[in-house]
Design a protein around this ligand. Structure first.
Ligand code: AMP
Length: 514
């Protein structure tokens, strides 16, 4: 089934149920469908055809979700981008995706106008007040268009969306996802959480819609289950807690950074978050300390999820506090752990680390990058997607992700994952955030260097070093040999450390070789 038809089925089931809330705006399923159909008809009248790409520079809100659904009904392809991108990033998306239209809002106005100045994007639409000269108002287009079904037949093998990988290194790559794949991803997440239809669930829409988790892991399940989606345009922790308390929200999928922000609120323990039945985190490892605090201070079950934009994979573990970091296989995927640098047949023994690979015949997997045959050939070999993640399986059959192949630090011949060192650093009460990288060293090949964002200005290098020396988890060869204090650790929206930015920062702050 295509996603537009799925939406129509959903609306017919519960037309009067509250479907989406965004600030003061509250729409039932029937009201929402009328908006979706109006926008679809308006876009069609403006020339948007099946297969056309439409660039979306909107935050996670009703206009974004409505636009996504309207494009699904037209068989057109949504190409959302991170609204915080700079002009060069938007220009790259335009050049790569060749969209026929771009939709933007005040937050993205300056960058989109600058990026489209010389670029051939025929239609520009603006949401939020008076549009700039030469740009069409999204609200006006909706108002002026009929609310009849646009009547386009869409095959489920058609493209639904192109998502750009987070790009912690290099240029972002477009991952084309079909309607069928979108549905498969939605089912994987619903199964992992044990979500059921008709429970009157209320979802916190905090994960961004330009990411597969926000789209396939939160928005689509919310629709499919006739739940209510509460859009969170900007993650302001006190406002998110207000929303949870006021509306008794039941489902929260968030990154480890989001959880850290929520629990760091000074009045957190006085907040009533008992309505939240399911908590989920994914996107990056969660420090052990934080995981234990989430489990102790939020009453709900915490599920740990692992996945990626390309193959999805859908590993999960319910009751994450029981076995921190553990994961079980996803029901729709087939994976292996192979020797680093090896092929799909070079399986490692249980207990040994290797690269995680995933069979791309799974419905939830991509088929290759958008217009990048060389990158595809590098990442997909013999039908397997090489995730670039290092993993191992323990004696009980549970899986653990230990880090990225490329981020691994090799010091004196020993492998060190930044995450295990960061985990120890983050357990210090005066450490707000931390990132670890390897720097070249004449004798050891590489040495571990830490960047720390302080929670307390009194913290100095000697105290960090003492803490690491006393740690029961950190062997001496993994102990950071230098510690630098930084204002803020650069992280992306899923909470991943942007290590190349950390390295850049270090290059500017380390005059001599470490
Ligand atoms: P993206 O394609 O942006 O979703 O990023 C996928 C990558 O995020 C994976 O390949 C992992 O490196 C990382 N990742 C996702 N989930 C987890 C997790 N639960 N634990 C550790 N790393 C994760």
């Amino acid at each position: 089934m295509d996603l537009g038809t799925m939406f129509d089925f959903v609306v017919e089931r519960t037309p009067d149920r509250l479907a989406i809330v965004d600030g003061d705006q509250r729409l039932t399923y029937a009201e929402w469908r009328r908006r979706v159909d109006r926008l679809a008809n308006g876009l069609r009248a403006r020339g948007v055809r099946p297969g056309d790409r439409v660039l979306i520079g909107l935050r996670t809100g009703e206009p974004h979700a409505t636009l996504f659904l309207a494009l699904q009904k037209l068989g057109a392809v949504a190409v959302p981008f991170n609204p915080r991108l700079k002009e060069g990033g938007v220009a790259y998306h335009i050049q790569d995706a060749e969209p026929c239209a771009v939709v933007f809002e005040p937050l993205t106005c300056e960058t989109v106008l600058a990026a489209t100045r010389g670029a051939p994007v025929p239609l520009r639409l603006f949401d939020g007040g008076r549009p700039p000269a030469g740009v069409v108002s999204l609200a006006q287009l909706v108002e002026d268009s009929p609310d009849t079904d646009p009547g386009v037949t869409v095959d489920d093998s058609a493209l639904s969306v192109i998502l750009y990988t987070s790009g912690t290194t290099g240029q972002p790559k477009g991952v084309p996802i079909t309607h069928r794949t979108g549905l498969a991803r939605m089912f994987t997440v619903m199964l992992a959480h044990g979500l059921r239809h008709g429970e009157g669930d209320r979802f916190v829409g905090a994960m961004p819609l330009y990411h597969t988790i926000g789209l396939h892991g939160v928005l689509l399940p919310s629709l499919y289950l006739n739940a209510t989606y509460y859009a969170v345009r900007d993650f302001v922790p006190s406002s998110v807690l207000d929303l949870i308390e006021r509306e008794h929200l039941t489902f929260l999928f968030a990154s480890p950074t989001h959880f850290h922000m929520l629990l760091s609120q000074p009045d957190f323990t006085a907040r009533d978050v008992r309505s939240v039945r399911d908590l989920v985190y994914a996107g990056a490892p969660m420090a052990r300390e934080l995981l234990q605090r989430v489990v102790a201070q939020m009453t709900a079950n915490l599920t740990h999820i692992y996945g990626n934009t390309e193959a999805y994979v859908g590993f999960y573990f319910r009751n994450a506090g029981r076995k921190p970091g553990a994961l079980r296989m996803g029901v729709q995927s087939r994976t292996r752990i192979v020797r680093l640098g090896g092929g799909p047949e070079d399986l490692v023994e249980p207990g040994r680390e290797g690269e995680l690979i995933a069979d791309i015949r799974a419905d939830e997997a991509f088929a290759g990058y958008w217009h990048k045959p060389q990158e595809t050939a590098r990442a997909v070999r013999d039908g397997w997607y090489f995730t670039g993640d290092v993993a191992y399986q323990d004696a009980e059959g549970d899986l653990f992700i230990t880090g990225r192949v490329d981020d691994m630090i090799i010091s004196g011949g020993e492998n060190i994952h930044p995450a295990e060192v960061e985990d120890v650093l983050l357990a210090h009460p005066k450490v707000r955030d931390a990132a670890v990288v390897g720097l070249p060293h004449e004798r050891w090949g590489q040495v571990v260097v830490a960047c720390v964002a302080r929670a307390d200005a009194s913290l100095d290098e000697a105290e960090v070093d003492r803490h690491c020396l006393q740690s029961r988890l950190l062997p001496d060869f993994k102990r950071p040999r230098q510690v630098f204090f930084i204002e803020e650790i650069p992280r992306n929206a899923s909470g991943k450390v942007l290590r190349f930015q950390v390295r850049e920062w270090l290059a500017q702050h380390t005059p001599t070789e470490a």
